[in-house]
Design a protein around this ligand. Structure first.
Ligand code: PMP
Length: 386
């Protein structure tokens, strides 16, 4: 019998027929508001570079100086010989910024979420996750082998009911800002519930950290909460920080435990030290240039006002993630294509990234956009939508 292991063609054709096929485009030149895509200049409304730091001169200079000082590769895992003074300094600065005992760097947010959740839970325990959590949080929960329970999106009463029947150790896990909807976790109520039920609480603030709160302290600052309220905080560095990597911040013992047993920490090469140096520069810019957060909020308000006037279907979000709901995957792809033809890059987000029937344009804003670009996007949307 023929070996049909490699016969992927039918599956790929099916994805194409269902409008779920994904294509990459090649970007030439630096990340920023204007992207050169195959010789065409597109206005970028789909990046997570919310504060415009990915090509910030201070961040780029720190990266180059980091290469001169530390070389390119980090050589090994942190626990072997890859943990440089640049990593160490960044961890200390992130701990201070988040007002925690310690912070621990991971190579990506995906790996942080896999590593932390699977380290803290095992068979006989329970992990409770918002239904719309990021894939890496869901995968971390599955990997842990704990009983896996999803509660309805941001529904505190459903979480309460599930917590009251949880077995073993229980960990509540949620995005801070939901990555495809832009709305917030109901954090104050979750803090209270986790305390009442003696459960752990892990918040992945990938899209809030650096952006929300006057000082960029993220969802915790936004709600006026303290470090004790969210004992396990994850932040990613590839979004508002404009660099790469992630961290978990928490108590001395939590971090020491993760260093011992988080498999995606122990068994992987450390980030290049130059990336840590670049991120240290980002952290400084993020603190000194608070106008970036204010400008971002102005642009978001302007967009929402214009979009409402046009009758676009917005979601309950005041963050940099502003989805326009379309529903049908095919129509979302067509709308994205029509925007592209007008010079705007906005991605169509389809299942399985979002639930069936809720395909959308995921528009994201950066502090480096101008008001004119937002207005031009609104005009283009009016022409692009069905
Ligand atoms: N958490 C959330 C909520 C995310 O949106 C993402 C990235 N899209 C990640 C984690 C993964 O982070 P990274 O890209 O650093 O792997």
């Amino acid at each position: 019998m023929a070996n049909n292991f490699y016969d992927f063609a039918a599956e790929l054709r099916q994805l194409e027929q269902d409008n779920l096929y994904r294509r990459r485009r090649v970007v030439h030149g630096p990340q920023g508001i204007m992207l050169n895509v195959d010789g065409r200049q597109l206005i970028n409304f789909c990046s997570n570079d919310y504060l415009g730091l990915a090509s910030h001169p201070d961040v780029a200079a720190a990266f180059k100086a980091g290469v001169d000082r530390y070389g390119v590769g980090s050589g090994s895992a942190h626990l072997i010989c890859g943990h440089s003074s640049a990593h160490h300094a960044l961890e200390e600065e992130l701990a201070a910024f988040t007002e925690r005992d310690r912070a621990l760097l991971f190579s990506t947010g995906y790996m942080a979420n896999l590593g932390v959740i699977s380290a803290l839970l095992g068979r006989g325990d329970t992990v409770l996750e918002d239904r719309l959590n990021h894939a890496s949080l869901l995968d971390g929960g599955l990997l842990s082998r704990a009983r896996f329970q999803r509660y309805r999106h941001v529904e505190v009463e459903d979480l309460r009911a599930k917590l009251s029947t949880a077995a073993g150790k229980a960990l509540v896990v949620s995005d801070g800002v939901f990555s495809m909807d832009g709305d917030l976790a109901p954090l104050p109520a979750m803090v209270e519930l986790a305390e009442q039920h003696h459960a752990g609480l892990l918040i992945d603030d990938a899209h809030g950290f650096g952006v929300l709160g006057k000082n960029g302290g993220g969802i915790v600052e936004h709600f006026g909460l303290s470090q004790d309220d969210v004992p396990i905080l994850i932040g990613t560095l590839g979004k508002a920080f404009g660099t790469f990597g992630a961290f978990v911040a928490g108590s001395e013992d939590l971090i020491e435990m993760l260093i011992q047993i988080a498999r995606s920490y122990v068994f992987t090469t450390a980030l290049p030290a130059a990336v840590a140096e670049a991120t240290r520069a980002s952290l400084r810019v993020l603190q000194s240039e608070s106008w970036r957060r204010e400008q971002l909020q102005n642009l978001i308000r302007r967009f929402r006002q214009g979009a409402r006037q046009q009758g676009l279907q917005l979601m309950d979000s005041f963050t940099a993630i502003q989805p326009v709901l379309i529903g049908d995957s095919g129509q979302a792809v067509v709308a994205s294509q029509r925007l592209l033809e007008q010079g705007f890059w906005v991605s169509a987000i389809r299942p399985p990234t979002v639930p069936a029937g809720s395909a959308r344009l995921r528009i994201t804003f950066s502090a480096n956009h101008t008001e004119q670009q937002v207005d031009a996007l609104l005009d283009a949307l009016a022409k692009a939508l069905p």
